[in-house]
Write a protein that binds this ligand. Structure first.
Ligand code: PMP
Length: 432
């Protein structure tokens, strides 16, 4: 049993199967979104009567909301060991908005720079950079891990021109955790900055933006509350104050300006100039409650527990002959609890719906907004992709993904493994 299970809402929820039976649902789709912590929902309820417009009113509620909202910034900074003297925390709605925001800002500064992204990225850390910059993608090896030699070669090739190396902290497809400090050191040695997409990393392991070696520090970090046991609607972009002091936000309006005439505007200082419109203070309260609970539980312990779940699942999956695994746990290398696989001869979507409708197990299937990575992992040629482009055939290649949260347990993995064994043995037994 997970010692964290009772801390999360809805873990014993009964859900209906296709045959009308009701079972306790199993959620192995935590990489998409996590259910909320009980402490988070309690804090939302406690704060709800008090929420009010931040930075706008002299009334008690507005003052209180503003105070809570501003205090949240230092709690976030502290959680990832950002620099309280130089870094600013901009509240956004999610990781996607955070990365888009940074892409606009860096582009305003100098359109000629090169961005080094990787083959491993979620579309949210790839598409925002296109059309603004020339983007080069760091290659992956046959196991799907980042090729750091290729990164260095690219930094050498584009010497002096690379503005930013942007890389995911942990992959939402393979669960690999990237050596962000090593990557930061390489980037900084070639005078580039680094952004870590922390959407999958921050909820599952310790993130330290400021290790002792200054070359290894992380310049920018983005993450989302809804993947760390708080509801939708809030996310974070952290970065040097200096970056945001310059230029104008891609979205402007209320809250962003200090003085406005019809002839000129004086923008507010960061982070306010980047938070247009009335801020989502409830979302920020929820995020802070999640951070406080996760910190009290200890991220190192959570990481360790989820690694054990992944290890157990890998061992089980390997013992089922009809299963294709694309990744592995390498001894000594960190990993979050995300595992992609397929059942030979069966389309991933069909596996997903059988698991859901016949066993109440929620997984995700497809490409998880990470299509180039999956194309490479599955060796899908550009010619094949042309076929999908022309035909718009929706049964595109993909994988089944299981992803664990801190409340999952070994028994749930047993049920998954038993169900997969049955599917492999009787592929036609099912309704879907
Ligand atoms: N990056 C990664 C690695 C992700 O897994 C996700 C969400 N699947 C995102 C970015 C985007 O997060 P959001 O949808 O919260 O903006």
């Amino acid at each position: 049993e997970s010692i964290y299970r009772h801390l999360v809402m809805g873990t014993d929820m009964k859900i209906p199967l296709y045959n009308g039976e009701w079972v306790t649902g199993i959620n192995f789709d935590n990489a998409a979104s996590t259910p909320p912590l009980v402490s988070v929902m309690e804090e939302i309820n406690r704060f709800a009567p008090m929420y009010s417009s931040v930075h706008r009113g002299t009334g008690y509620k507005s003052q209180y909301s503003s105070q809570i909202y501003e205090e949240a910034r230092s709690i976030v900074l502290n959680f990832v060991n950002a620099d309280p003297n130089n870094d600013t925390v901009i509240f956004v709605k999610n990781t996607t908005e955070a990365i888009n925001k940074l892409s606009y800002r860096l582009c305003e500064d100098n359109k000629k720079g090169i961005i080094i992204s990787t083959w491993m990225e979620h579309h949210s850390n790839d598409l925002p950079w296109r059309n603004k910059f020339q983007v080069d993608y760091v290659d992956i090896n046959s196991q799907g891990k980042l090729n750091l030699t290729d990164l260095e070669n690219k930094l050498i090739r584009h010497k002096g021109k690379v503005k930013l190396v942007t890389v995911t902290g942990a992959s939402n497809v393979t669960g690999y955790i990237n050596p962000i400090h090593k990557i930061a050191e390489l980037a900084h040695r070639y005078r580039a900055q680094i952004l870590v997409d922390g959407a999958q990393m921050v909820p599952h392991t310790i993130v330290n933006m400021r290790p002792e070696n200054p070359l290894q520090r992380i310049d920018y970090l983005a993450f989302s509350a809804h993947k760390m046991y708080a509801p939708f609607g809030s996310g974070v972009l952290i970065g040097p104050q200096e970056t945001f002091q310059k230029g104008v936000s891609e979205m402007v309006g209320g809250g962003t300006a200090e003085i406005v005439t019809h002839d000129w505007v004086i923008w507010n200082d960061p982070p306010m100039k980047d938070e247009a419109g009335s801020p989502n203070v409830i979302g920020v309260v929820a995020l802070v409650a999640a951070i406080k609970t996760l910190s009290a539980l200890n991220m190192k312990k959570i990481d360790h527990y989820e690694y054990q779940l992944a290890e157990y699942a890998y061992t089980g999956l390997r013992s089922i002959p009809g299963i294709t695994l694309y990744t592995q746990l390498s001894p000594g290398e960190p990993h979050i609890g995300v595992i992609p696989f397929n059942i030979k001869g069966m389309h991933h979507e069909r596996v997903g719906s059988i698991l859901s409708q016949e066993a109440g197990i929620a997984v995700r299937t497809g490409c998880f907004c990470t299509q180039p990575y999956i194309q490479k992992l599955l060796s899908i040629s550009p010619k094949q992709m042309e076929y999908y482009k022309k035909s718009r055939n929706s049964s595109r290649p993909g994988v089944v993904r299981i992803s664990f949260g801190l409340y999952n347990n070994f028994n749930e993995i047993n049920i998954l493994l038993q169900t997969l064994e049955q599917i492999v043995r009787h592929p036609t037994m099912s309704i879907s």
